[in-house]
Design a protein around this ligand. Structure first.
Ligand code: G6P
Ligand code: MG
Length: 217
């Protein structure tokens, strides 16, 4: 029985990973080092401050900044990121997503957002996705980041579903782990080998249907 589908946002419903990358790379470049797309993989699904720590580690700068300075660096990155996502439009929703969300809704299954991003409401508004959700849990509502299960447990509670009746859609290893810790099944979205621990994996939503999901899970 599936009662609620919980969706991560960045990299699952929209490709905002590229904007996060552009903003982090801009920060690194200002600090005098290169930050590659390969390095950026480790930031997916990871909270803003933890991402900054990883980035500073890549530049050999961990321990160089005070907490206040780190907060200023994270705010600078976020300012650029918000500039990029403020220009987003509905055509940046990933292929097949709207059709799949419609299919989920028609099947009588609730839809929740489980995102670590504090910018989730802006992205949902810019892309026109807000109206699909029965519950929205974003980074401003949680105290523990993925792989802690808090974000998904809250989504389950807000939609009145037991964890065992929830399915999480995730593109990041930390998110798959959070789903497992919450006692939920997961669908890994994308081709990354880090998704091996998901219950099932799909390349994307094109051609994916509720009937297929029920059959595979
Ligand atoms: C998502 C993204 C991460 C990002 C985090 C916090 O999990 O995958 O790359 O660091 O959200 O996002 P925020 O928009 O609040 O900085
Ligand atoms: Mg993600």
């Amino acid at each position: 029985m599936i009662k609620t589908c919980i969706f991560d946002l960045d990299g699952v419903l929209v490709d905002t990973a590229k904007y996060h990358y552009l903003a982090w790379r801009r920060l690194a470049s200002g600090l005098g080092f290169d930050f590659s797309e390969h390095h950026n993989e480790a930031l997916k699904g990871v909270s803003r401050m933890a991402s900054l720590d990883i980035l500073l580690g890549v530049g050999g700068m961990r321990g160089r900044f005070s907490q206040a300075e780190k907060e200023e660096l994270a705010a600078r990155k976020n300012g650029w990121y918000v500039e990029y996502i403020s220009r987003m439009a509905p055509d940046e929703i990933l292929p097949g997503v709207v059709r799949f969300l419609d299919d989920v809704r028609r099947a009588g299954i609730k839809i929740a957002l489980g995102s670590a991003s504090r910018n989730a409401p802006l992205i949902l508004a810019r892309t026109g996705l807000s109206s699909f959700f029965d519950a929205i849990v974003d980074g401003s509502m949680i105290s523990a980041a993925k792989p802690d299960p808090q974000v998904f447990l809250m989504g389950a509670e807000l939609t009145g579903a037991e964890p065992a009746a929830c399915v999480v859609f995730e593109d990041a290893e930390a998110g798959i782990e959070a789903a497992a810790r919450a006692g939920m099944r997961s669908v890994g979205v994308g081709t990354s080998p880090t998704l091996a621990r998901a219950t099932i994996r799909i390349d994307g939503f094109e051609g994916f249907e509720v009937a297929k999901m029920k059959e595979l899970l």
